[in-house]
Design a binder for this molecule. Structure first.
Ligand code: B12
Length: 224
């Protein structure tokens, strides 16, 4: 029978880095999984208790504090004690490859470091689930959601940002830049006129001022 894969994303210890956990939790959810995020500062006991109560298939820890060599074995041991060591224990964070290898020997699944693709994480969890329950038990991946359904959140299926941007003329910053350019041009025209009317001696510095203004306005044009 097909059902959603249930994943507990846990943040054990004093580690306050929650961005990776949230990114991964959202990606797994968007891939059709049922995701429970524990929030920050959980003990290993709290995480395993939640895994038992929520009857999850996967316990996924995010650890960027450097305490992974303590926390993964602790959670693995508690999972054994509670009889849920047939579930997948995986995760990621700042974990050196040699530590990943050591933890793999203790029954911890694949671990993902910085820059890992969420696609790889999704595939890994789905492959583990298919290997345990059979390919027929694997629910299909949901169709990518349209940008409109995501309330403006950019995803791979959202149109490129520039296409969604307001037309240049209606943007307040562009309007302000246009007003500045017009004012500079008006001032330059006035200065030019004065230079023409003024005696030759006064014309020189004004001409320099004019060229400084126009070089500034040229730079402004390039930036804008
Ligand atoms: C942003 C950041 C912060 C932010 C955190 C904001 C937040 N709410 O998350 C702030 C400024 C608060 C911060 C504080 C600190 N930080 Co900091 N921080 C970073 C930084 C620059 C980026 C982390 C990040 O968000 N990356 C983006 C996310 C998307 O990537 P990610 O977390 O790595 O997640 C990916 C993978 O790791 C993996 N993954 C992660 N979690 C999970 C979970 C599962 C289930 C799976 C499958 C995969 C997975 O998949 C993700 C997608 O690719 C890193 C350096 C780095 N380049 O990694 C340092 C870094 C993590 N910080 C570090 C340190 C030391 C600290 C402080 C102790 C500094 C201090 N002295 O105060 C404090 C600790 C704060 C605390 N309470 O814990 C060190 C950790 C060193 C270590 N463990 O050996 C790092 C590595 C910087 C360094 N090079 O020294 N930090």
């Amino acid at each position: 029978m097909q059902r959603k894969i249930r994943v507990l994303v846990g943040k054990p210890g004093l580690d306050g880095h929650d961005r990776g956990a949230k990114v991964v939790a959202a990606a797994l959810r968007d891939a059709g999984m049922e995701v429970i995020y524990t929030g920050l500062h959980q003990t290993a006991e709290q995480i395993v208790e939640a895994a038992v109560q929520e009857d999850v298939d996967v316990v996924a820890l995010s650890i960027l504090s450097g305490a992974h060599m303590t926390l993964f074995p602790e959670v693995r041991e508690l999972m054994r004690e509670r009889g849920i060591d047939d579930k997948l224990l995986t995760g990621g964070g700042i974990i050196p490859p040699e530590d990943m290898n050591t933890l793999a020997q203790d029954g911890v699944g694949r671990l993902f470091g910085p820059g890992s693709s969420t696609r790889d994480i999704i595939d890994y969890v789905r492959e583990w689930y298919a290997a345990k329950h059979g390919a027929d038990a694997l629910p299909p991946l949901p169709a990518p959601r349209a940008a409109s359904e995501l309330g403006g959140v950019a995803t791979a299926v959202a149109p490129p940002r520039r296409a969604a941007a307001k037309p240049v003329a209606s943007r307040p910053r562009a309007r302000a830049q246009a007003r500045t350019k017009a004012a500079v041009a008006k001032r330059a025209a006035r200065t030019n006129g004065a230079a023409k009317r003024a005696p030759a001696r006064a014309a020189k510095p004004r001409a320099r001022a004019t060229s400084r203004t126009s070089s500034k306005s040229r730079r402004g044009t390039r930036r804008g």
